[in-house]
Design a binder for this molecule. Structure first.
Ligand code: GRF
Length: 198
């Protein structure tokens, strides 16, 4: 039986597209069953529909900061799709401990830095600010601590003279598109050995 995967997005969904395209391989151990966004204007929704994946939206704004109510609505959509694995792919809402504990060990996230460096936002600007010569991205299991769970994969990029946060972000994103599918393929087969890409 293939593992059922739900992908949570907030924006353009380029990582989501790579995951779905990789799962089109008949030998892949998983299949996409839902793309769920917290913003009805998320560009990734249209891309998911074009790829034939069911979509749903739980807009966080009407909940006016009531995270428990927002997450209850997320949970209801997820229970309809019955995923075995959740992939956070550019999902920009911080989830509460209660929600994370429900899915712990079955929820992955991609973060644009070489964790544990630069948890949180603005990772590319912070790497440049620090004068780093190397940067990259990480896929990790989601735990209650933000950007903290067991690492399942990392990919590195050089920081080049003249780099801006934008040029560095673009170089990292290309690696994200290689790393996340490689990690999901291994994770869905029950293998948590980290994937390391250069
Ligand atoms: C990626 O850089 C990801 O690491 C970060 O948000 C960005 C989302 O990109 N969390 P996309 O929506 O997958 O194109």
């Amino acid at each position: 039986m293939k593992k059922r995967v739900a992908i949570l997005i907030s924006g353009g969904g380029s990582n989501m597209v790579r995951l779905v395209e990789d799962m089109a391989d008949p030998d892949h151990p998983a299949e996409p069953v839902l793309v769920l966004a917290n913003d009805p204007a998320a560009g990734g929704l249209e891309k998911a529909r074009a790829l034939g994946v069911p979509t749903a939206v739980v807009d966080h704004r009407p909940f006016r900061g009531d995270r428990a109510a927002f997450e209850a609505a997320l949970q209801a959509e997820l229970e309809k799709a019955r995923p075995d694995i959740i992939c956070l792919a550019g999902f920009m809402r911080v989830l509460t401990e209660g929600f994370v504990r429900k899915w712990q060990g079955r929820m992955l996230n991609i973060h644009p830095s070489l964790l544990p460096k630069y948890r949180g936002l603005h990772t590319h600007a912070r790497a440049l600010q620090a004068g780093d010569v190397e940067h990259g991205c990480t896929v990790h299991e989601v735990t209650p601590e933000l950007d903290d769970g067991p690492i399942l994969g990392q990919a590195r990029v050089p920081v080049k003279p003249g780099d801006t946060p934008e040029t560095l972000a673009a170089r990292v994103l290309r690696q994200e598109h290689r790393l996340y599918p490689a990690v999901l393929r291994r994770f869905a087969a029950g293998d948590r050995t980290p994937v390391m890409l250069d």
